[in-house]
Design a protein around this ligand. Structure first.
Ligand code: IPM
Ligand code: MG
Length: 368
């Protein structure tokens, strides 16, 4: 049998440097755990634009559709700010999500005990936090038509459209309920049913899917603004949050900060099962390309390494090996290792991206 295949798209900014550390972890699993992958690499975002004049080449998309899982670093940077919207680095990522139909974006926000004091919230609010936001990723206002900037009389009007079909809501609701069953069996659905028709439909469909097929899961509904407030007030009340594309984008950044640093958070974007039974999947850190620190060896590789752990869990059915990575990360943090994004404690000198990689590999070795 051939090895499972991985397509690596390091992208822009700190993407390539954090991905270098992920590659070391992938190699470690091949050498030490008999889990070898066929790894290929390609360009996305600004890096693809520089070479091909498009943020996602058709050949790259074709490869992404073929492989068992895609690992992406980050896209974007100030160099591309003036580009036309249609070729901005972000369009490469959005096109991948859309064409691969990765409708369920899982964004865990887990607070490692060693980092509880890095959160801007009090320790007891965040310590032990373990929630997942399931963000709808292929529809809603990110993709709805009509969109654009049009001329109306003598002024311009910016237009975007929030649009959800019942089936789009239903499938992401199912993902959330399935996930909750493997966790603490609670789902909170967030929308703005008080002001948006799409929110009314969202609430109805989520409730219907629940009543018909997941009555054992505890379901609640919240307006997304109240949800944002509750996330900051007492986040541990949640287990799984399911929400639309735009609210999910906002709420997941807020949730990320609860954990102390955006440099810690992985994500998985999952679609329908392929012929081999594995879901179409793309794994990426929640943080962006951080152009201000790119190329300086300062970036935190943990979010990207934890994204590979999510790939082991959700694409390759290797939950124990995923836990092995998560425990290694927990150990290096408990040992006091900190990249520059995690500095604040007295007398702690930051380690480099590569040193963090070294320490995680050593902790993996020690786990054998
Ligand atoms: C995210 C990012 C993206 C989004 C950008 C880079 C297009 O903010 O993954 O959260 O808005 O979805
Ligand atoms: Mg975002």
């Amino acid at each position: 049998m051939s090895n499972p295949s991985l397509l690596i798209l390091p992208g822009d900014g700190i993407g390539p440097e954090v991905m270098t550390q992920v590659n070391r972890v992938i190699d470690w699993f091949g050498a030490k755990r008999g889990l070898a992958f066929d790894v290929s690499e390609d360009l996305v975002g600004g890096a693809a634009y520089d070479k091909h004049g498009t943020p996602l080449h058709d050949d790259t998309l074709a490869k992404a559709m073929e492989v068992d899982a895609v690992l992406l670093g980050a896209v974007g940077g100030p160099k591309y700010d003036a580009l036309d919207f249609s070729v901005k680095p972000e369009r490469g990522l959005l096109r991948l999500r859309k064409e691969m139909d990765l409708f369920a974006n899982l964004r865990p926000a887990q607070c490692f005990d060693a980092l509880a004091d890095f959160s801007s919230l009090k320790r007891d609010v965040v310590a032990g936090l373990d929630i997942v936001i399931v963000r709808e990723l292929t529809s809603g206002i990110y993709f709805g038509e009509p969109r654009g900037i049009i001329k109306e009389g003598n002024e311009r009007v910016g237009i975007n459209t929030q649009r959800y079909t019942e089936s789009e809501i239903e499938r992401v609701a199912r993902s959330a309920f399935e996930l909750a069953r493997r966790r603490n069996n609670k789902v909170c659905s967030m929308e703005k049913a008080n002001v948006m028709e799409s929110g009314i439909l969202w609430r109805e469909v989520v409730q219907k899917v629940h009543d018909e097929d997941y009555p054992d899961v505890e379901l609640s509904h919240m307006y997304a603004d109240a949800g944002a407030m509750q996330l900051c007030r007492w986040p541990k009340q949640f287990d799984v949050i399911v929400t639309d594309n735009l609210f999910g984008d906002l709420l997941s950044d807020a949730a990320a900060m609860l954990t102390g640093s955006l440099g810690m958070l992985p994500s998985a974007s999952l679609g329908a099962p392929m012929a081999n039974g594995r879901p179409k999947a793309l794994y990426e850190p929640v943080h962006g390309s951080a152009p201000d620190i790119a190329g300086q060896g300062k970036a935190n590789p943990i979010a990207c390494i934890l994204s590979f752990a999510m790939a082991l869990r959700y694409s390759f059915d290797q939950g124990d090996e995923a836990t092995r990575i998560e425990s290694a990360v927990e150990k290096v943090l408990a040992d006091g290792l900190r990249t520059a994004d995690l500095i604040g404690e007295e007398g702690v000198e930051p380690v480099s991206t590569a040193q963090m990689g070294d320490a995680i590999l050593a902790a993996l070795d020690a786990s054998l």
